[in-house]
Design a protein around this ligand. Structure first.
Ligand code: SER
Length: 622
């Protein structure tokens, strides 16, 4: 079995970052779970997601070698949570080369960090298997990576039983060994590292044996080195990028699981304290129906996972609601509550589980520690709300069941399901479960369609694969969009706060902005507006977004359209160091540039009347 000392998860974290720091990498902080410049996706779902613009050629302020541990949320596998490795919140360790080192260093470092017991993870090299890209019409067979691996294994003196020296290296097609974050953007062949969880496969495997072992879950992927030197457009590989980049991703919880020699992430020190807390709370309520150990274990895992994710979402500014990120958070909390009930945890005890999570993360992500109390209050409040809704909703549900049965139907009408969702806050899986108990079905697809229709923006509901950064015209349009916010603010400062946006239109060539104002602008006024905008551009102010409840957002003084229908939670884009000291704040769906310095020079081309009391400005960036 494992011959190395067991590292704690905190040590894994520290060792990963120290290793790459020593090798010239700038350690960058994790981005928020809510993507900053892309309203088309709900969450960061991969470690490399915030790095995409840099893989496409944008200069990173920290240089060409970067490493980080990125927070990610993926809820597509929510039903799998509770098995040995699926999680809705996870952390991805990654190192990047932006046109700096390439295959040799990337592979050698991955191997060294994984296997070195002194400063690395101390995993057993005899249990390591790797895959490389077998080649297709887009790119040749990656014999280069395979040769590097062969040398690495040979120099390390491992795999002596491997007669050909290649029984650890397998070539697989694009389906397995080609990585791209979406239909557009950077992509390339990858080499993936797998660890034999059984410890029994140390003799080397044939290709067929390897595929079988992988299918049977005996091998777990622990690291992926992607050689990003190609680009895709509309799903088709269209050629090479200007630089050869490296993008790697290694799942933190999985590494910890391997390092600690346990067979599930829930047995690692990342989860054990959370599960123990749940267990202590569980015994606090009597008279609960006995459930099997297996069911109890499953429920505990679901609660642990969902509360962990919820805490991290709260810390990044998400609040429960019926749309977008807020809806996912609500679903997670409500699902956790259902399982708390199954386990017989007392009412209003779930927030105590959050304590264990915040204590674990407070050193790593300071905002988690700072919001500890707020998060607890929020979880408790959501529970109260849900319990109230539950009582009312169950009455409504029983009426619906009666109607359905009286009508001789076995499927609940989608409209009713939607009412339970919208008016009573019942997550779809709760309705499904309740219906199931009554031997009725619901039309999940029909519900999804109705849900999508009701969403204010089409982006919500499901996490799409993220777009691989914006290209060409859309980058220019994004710059114009940020310039529009600056112009709006400058007009209010120069002409007065009666100025408000009446219309906006952006193309790759110019911005057009209509606003309320009665008089023709003087040359002096136009000049002042230009100076203000260019001044803010010269200050290179950061542009950021926060999601907050609508009434709170209104209190910040953020500009918005009166009479416009907004959801419970809104996105506020602000330009400046903090929301309090922002020069501009607006309710807005984005996207925007990261810094005003990216805008260039702003100049007004035309100022004219559109209608009584409404003026129009056309302006360009150059
Ligand atoms: N893009 C790769 C992945 O997400 C490596 O970061 O697995």
């Amino acid at each position: 079995m494992i011959s190395t000392p067991k590292l704690t998860s905190v040590e894994v974290r520290t060792r990963f970052l120290a290793f790459f720091k020593e090798r010239g990498h700038a350690i960058i902080p994790s981005s928020s779970l809510v993507p900053e410049n892309d309203p088309s996706v709900l969450f960061n779902t991969a470690g490399m997601q915030p790095i995409v613009p840099y893989l496409l050629g944008e200069k990173h302020p920290e240089g060409t070698r970067l490493a980080d541990i990125q927070k990610c949320v993926r809820t597509v596998d929510i039903e799998e949570v509770g098995d040995s490795r699926h999680l809705t919140f996870f952390e991805m360790m990654g190192n990047w080369s932006l046109g700096d080192y390439f295959k040799k260093e990337a592979i050698e470092w991955s191997y060294d960090l994984l296997t070195n017991a002194e400063y690395g993870f101390g995993l057993d090299p005899e249990r390591l298997y790797v895959t490389c890209f077998e080649g297709d019409e887009n790119a040749p067979k990656d014999t280069e990576s395979a040769a590097i691996w062969k040398d690495v294994f040979k120099n390390a003196g491992v795999h002596k039983n491997d007669k050909s020296g290649t029984e650890r290296i397998f070539f697989l097609p694009a389906k397995n060994n080609w990585w791209s974050p979406g239909d557009n953007g950077p992509c390339g062949p990858d080499t993936e590292m797998f660890y034999d969880t059984t410890g029994l496969l140390t003799q080397g495997l044939t290709h067929e044996e390897y595929v079988k072992a992988d299918d049977e879950g005996k091998l777990v992927e622990i690291w992926n080195d992607v050689f990003m030197e190609y680009k895709k457009k509309d799903g088709v590989v269209i050629g090479k990028l200007d630089t050869q980049n490296v993008d790697t991703g290694s799942g933190f919880e999985r590494i910890v699981m391997m390092v600690q020699g346990v067979s599930s992430v829930y047995e690692t020190d990342v989860f054990v304290p959370i599960l123990e807390k749940i267990e202590t709370l569980r015994t606090a309520k009597d008279g609960v129906e006995a459930i099997s150990t297996e069911t109890a274990e499953q429920s505990k895992r679901i609660i642990a996972d969902h509360i962990r994710t919820s805490v991290m979402l709260f810390a990044d500014g998400v609040v429960p609601s019926n749309t977008d990120q807020g809806y996912i958070l609500r679903r997670l909390l409500r699902r956790a509550l259902r399982h708390a009930d199954i386990l017989g945890m007392p009412d209003n005890s779930l927030f105590m589980v959050a304590d264990v999570v915040t204590d674990y993360f407070k050193e790593v992500y300071t905002q988690v520690g700072k919001q500890k109390e707020t998060i607890k209050v929020a979880i408790s409040a959501e529970e109260k709300k849900f319990r109230k809704a539950l009582t009312l909703g169950l009455k409504e549900f029983n009426k619906i069941v009666e109607k359905t049965v009286t009508a001789g139907k076995s499927e609940i009408e989608t409209e009713h399901v939607f009412t339970l969702f919208e008016s009573y806050g019942f997550p779809i899986e709760l309705v499904t479960e309740l219906a199931h108990e009554k031997k009725l079905t619901i039309d999940t697809e029909g519900f999804k369609a109705m849900f999508a229709e009701h969403q204010e923006k089409s982006r919500a509901g499901s996490e799409k694969k993220f777009k691989g950064g914006m290209a060409g015209d859309s980058v220019t349009e994004t710059r114009y969009h940020t310039a529009t916010h600056l112009l709006h603010q400058a007009l209010r400062e120069v002409l007065g706060t009666h100025v408000s946006q009446k219309g906006s239109n952006i193309t790759a060539e110019r911005l057009r902005f209509d606003f309320s104002h009665t008089a023709k602008m003087t040359d002096e006024e136009k000049k002042l507006v230009e100076e203000k905008v260019n001044g803010w551009i010269a200050d290179d102010l950061p542009v950021a977004v926060v999601i907050m409840p609508k009434d709170e957002a209104e209190k910040t003084g953020a500009l918005h359209f009166f009479g416009e229908k907004y959801g419970d939670n809104v996105q506020v884009y602000f330009i400046g160091d903090t929301l309090d000291h922002a020069i501009s704040k607006e309710f807005c769906g984005g996207p925007h540039v990261g810094h005003t310095g990216e805008l260039g020079t702003f100049s007004i081309q035309k100022e004219e009347a559109v209608s009584q009391g409404v003026r129009r400005i056309k302006a360009i960036l150059s």
